[in-house]
Design a protein around this ligand. Structure first.
Ligand SMILES: C[S@@+](CC[C@H](N)C(=O)[O-])C[C@H]1O[C@@H](n2cnc3c(N)ncnc32)[C@H](O)[C@@H]1O
Length: 278
């Protein structure tokens, strides 16, 4: 695991409160990578990532889902619309909670997802009441990842599943320059640590799961950052971010760092489907 302890939770919250608008303008309603099979648009690639995870996890219609780190509600809305799931989305950001709630209401989504502003490292749900925990690109921001996996496993019924996508530290041993590249990403994207694929597997196992599927999609997703870089360079987004303060330009300035880290093997992008042993 690569650690960058200087990150603070309040800074992560503030980042999403302020930058959600940038993500929406630059990218779309999903704050996650796209998955490319060919020449599809970035909007299509974002939905493809969601679809692929749902297929891998074999999400059952009408599942009770907790979407951990739900952003603007992109996945929650998709799961409710396409699989009639009853979704509760959790986000650290008050802005995202309002955004997701309004988006679901305006789009007439049924069953209507519920969104909470809460810290996934603190919130409690009744034991055994969820069929599926779903999390796309949130665990990077958590401070005690093994403890989160142990606590959240309690919310699942036996046999329930966790479907997860995450930015990963590359395979050990990393060279000194790969470690520096990964730390630069942690700094710019507010991640107190990045676990490797092996770290995630062992956190799942220690929390009472069997890992059913895991693999890497780095090559299929990295185009995300080429497109984002082009859009930042062509638009006035950097200027707007500068007006809002240094932290908000920080993440824009690190898009190239992520691309470099993926290309050098310092970072990977991984999927995991795990089942709670019952
Ligand atoms: C990169 S965005 C991903 C959003 C969403 N999963 C998606 O794919 O569109 C990261 C999300 O994690 C949330 N997050 C970060 N730390 C969190 C925490 N401790 N508790 C709850 N949400 C958190 C942020 O508020 C944000 O919504």
């Amino acid at each position: 695991m690569i650690e960058f302890p200087a990150v603070q939770k309040q800074v992560i919250r503030n980042h999403y409160d302020v930058s959600t608008l940038f993500y929406r303008l630059l990218w779309g309603p999903h704050i996650h990578h796209g998955y490319w099979e060919g020449q599809e648009s970035s909007a299509r690639a974002q939905v493809q990532l969601t679809e692929r995870l749902a297929r891998l996890a074999e999400v059952q219609p009408r599942s009770r889902v907790i979407d951990i780190g739900c952003g603007m509600g992109g996945s929650s809305v998709w799961l409710a619309r396409n699989l009639q799931c009853e979704v509760t989305g959790v986000t650290l950001s008050a802005v995202q909670k309002k955004w997701a709630t309004s988006a679901a209401w305006l789009r007439g989504v049924r069953p209507r997802p519920k969104f909470l502003r809460a810290d996934a490292e603190q919130i409690e749900f009744p034991a055994g009441t969820a069929d599926l925990l779903w999390s796309i690109e949130c665990t990077e921001h958590l401070f005690n990842k093994p403890a989160f996996f142990r606590r959240s496993a309690e919310w699942l019924r036996p046999g329930g599943r966790f479907a997860l996508l995450a930015w990963l530290a590359g395979k050990d041993p990393l060279t000194a320059s790969q470690v520096e590249q990964t730390k630069a990403v942690c700094k710019g994207m507010f991640c107190p640590s990045l676990g490797s694929q092996d770290d995630y597997v062992s956190w799942f196992e220690q929390a009472g799961y069997r890992v059913l599927k895991t693999g890497l999609w780095t090559r299929q997703v990295e185009q995300t950052w080429e497109i984002c870089l082009q859009r930042v360079n062509r638009s006035g987004v950097r200027l707007l971010a500068r007006l809002l303060g240094q932290n908000h330009t920080l993440f824009l300035d690190h898009f190239q760092a992520i691309l470099d880290a993926y290309r050098s093997g310092a970072m990977e992008y991984g999927y995991f489907v795990a089942e709670k042993i019952g």
